[in-house]
Design a protein around this ligand. Sequence first.
Ligand SMILES: Cc1cc2nc3c(=O)[nH]c(=O)nc-3n(C[C@H](O)[C@H](O)[C@H](O)COP(=O)(O)O)c2cc1C
Length: 210
Amino acid sequence: MHQVPGVKVLYFGTPVVLISTRNEDGTANLAPMSSAWWLGPYAMLGMGSASRTTRNLLREGECVLNLPSAAMADAVDRIALTTGEPEFSDRKRAQGYRFEPDKFGTAGLTEQPSELVAPPRALECPIQMEGRLVASHEVAGPEVNATAFQVEVVRTHVEEELIVPGTHHVDPVAWDPLIMKFCEFFGAGVNVRPSRLAGGWRMPPLRTPA
Ligand SMILES: Cc1cc2nc3c(=O)[nH]c(=O)nc-3n(C[C@H](O)[C@H](O)[C@H](O)COP(=O)(O)O)c2cc1C
């Protein structure tokens, strides 16, 4: 039996991406996002239009999509309520966001030069995709002011231990992506830590199958 509970948040589960972009002064910005899916060589991304990432990506046309493993949830959470944009909305301020120009340092992650694009990769992320902007589209509505991006992945780097020996394949058992469901972090189906983004909301206790 299904119900219509009036669900307001439709984030049923997507991978967390740490997107790096280049600021105007040449330094790097890094932001967690999870409105991301892939179509052939393209990544389709949704980012708030007022975010530093959107401004950087529209201006520079390049980014790196760094995929953290579930084990990296702490690093992601350290920059969960930060923005690289000095001017941001009161709504965001009320949610607890603060301006942070050094996202890599705050997350405890290391900048690693990319091969084809200017923004750096995040060394600790087992999967890193260098990307170039193909198209963007404004998504405006009553509760959203965002930009949808089509980014072409021009080079993909994969941690050696995740590659099935002698193949070009990523081992899907070894690869444990950090997944965002609603506002909580999951890995291998397990809530790996509470998320700051979830605010005061608490996870119900996990149920074990009968
Ligand atoms: C796990 C996680 C996933 C997020 N997903 C998105 C997303 O898909 N799109 C978005 O606009 N913001 C998302 N956010 C919020 C952004 O990280 C936030 O707006 C941040 O301030 C953007 O940083 P920037 O202004 O430096 O670009 C997410 C935050 C977290 C912690």
